[in-house]
Each structure stands twice: as structure tokens, then as C-alpha cells.
Design a protein around this ligand. Sequence first.
Ligand code: ADE
Length: 240
Amino acid sequence: MSEKVLCRDVRTVGFVCPMDCELNAVTCLFDEKKEVTYAGMDFYEGQISGHPCVAVKCGVGKVFAALAAQAMILGFRPDLIINTGVAGNLSDDLSIGDVVVSSAVVQHDMDTSPLGDPVGLISGINKVLLESDGDAAALMRGVLKEMNVRHAYGVVASGDQFVATAARRDFIRDTFGALCCEMEGAAVGQACYALGVPFLVLRALSDDANGNSPDDFPAYCVKVSETSSRAIAAFMKALA
Ligand code: ADE
């Protein structure tokens, strides 16, 4: 994308990444990288294409992800947070290696339905879906298209479980219309919603969420994270 695209007033971009391979896919792009410890977590500051960036490895699961997103917002004031990583595929139209860009996030394991609520409802804010930033999503989809990376735009479902059965996979897809499942995006989304920071989830598909994970899952995560890394580099270059 040769033309710079205005993505609201985004200057500093924060990246919340669950695992080392996902963090490395971001920090390998940093110029002038430095490490700062804040709130008991190691944050990395640097620049990509002249934009200040901050990244953190949050660890696996929704609690870690929310804590890291909140600490990042309070300590580093990013204008946009991108949660990157890998995910299980829920869609018949997508394959391992393809990418999902979030339109919204949902917690598939949030369930107060015995009290009469819809499944997934976050009590207190009364929402099932939290929308991600439309401008950032449009920019990310544009760079993925330009890179010829197969991708889709839709709901990302998060929960504190590695989805590995057809029954759970089908439940998440059919209940929420989600394209992929992972374990952090919706928690990052809820922290961002609470503190008024736009967010986006970018996930490369690593497995089919049905128990048929690639034999060497960690090695596969490294491989598919390379796609996210290239997409982030292009996104940052295209940011006005
Ligand atoms: N991350 C990658 N694959 C996943 C799966 N199947 N379930 C939850 N998180 C994942």
C-alpha cells in the first residue's frame, strides 16, 4: 500500500501477545528496542516505521490478557491495542495459515444463561459482543489483501480452554457465528472497552480446533506467526 492511510489519531500502538513466538513476531520489527518492567511485567518499547510501539507477552488465558492490557494502557497510553497470536479455525471457508481480523470479540465461556441471560453476556455492561476498531480493521484488511494473504473479517471467540473437540468447536461457531477461537482477545477487548481504548485482534490460524493439532504445535505457531509479523510491518507502514 503506497498511500498512507489515516487511522483516526493513532500514534502509539500497543501489542499484547500471549506467547513468546507471537511476541517475537512483533518485537523483531522494532527499531531502538528497550525493555521496561512495569506492574510486574516485561514491556518492550520501540518504533516501527517511525511509530512508537509497546509490546508485552501476556501469557495464556483471559485473566493474564486483561491484566496485561490494563497495565499497558495505564503505563504506556497506547492509542490502539492489537492482540496478535494464533487461533483455532472454526470456519469451513478458512484453512490453517489463513488470518482472521476481528470485527468483534466474545467470551464463549461466559455463561449466566441459568439466570435468563444470553450465553456470552458480560453482566454489568450488558453486552455479548465488544466491537473492535473499524478503521484499524479496514487498514489491516487492506494490507492483507495487498499481501495476497487469505483472510476473513468477523467475530473472534475467546475462552479459558484450548478447543479440541468437534462438539465445542461447533457450539462456539453456531452460538456466536465466530470464525476462530483463542484464549485472550476478548479479555483484551474488555480491558480496552473499560478504559476507552480502541482495539483489534489479528489471529493466524494454527489448527482446526477439533483435536487434530499439527504434531509440533509450537513449531507451527512460529511458522504462522510469520504471517502476522509481515502484516504488522505493512500495517505500521501504512499508518498515517
Ligand atoms: N489457540 C490456537 N488454537 C487454539 C484452540 N484450538 N483453542 C484455543 N486457543 C487456541
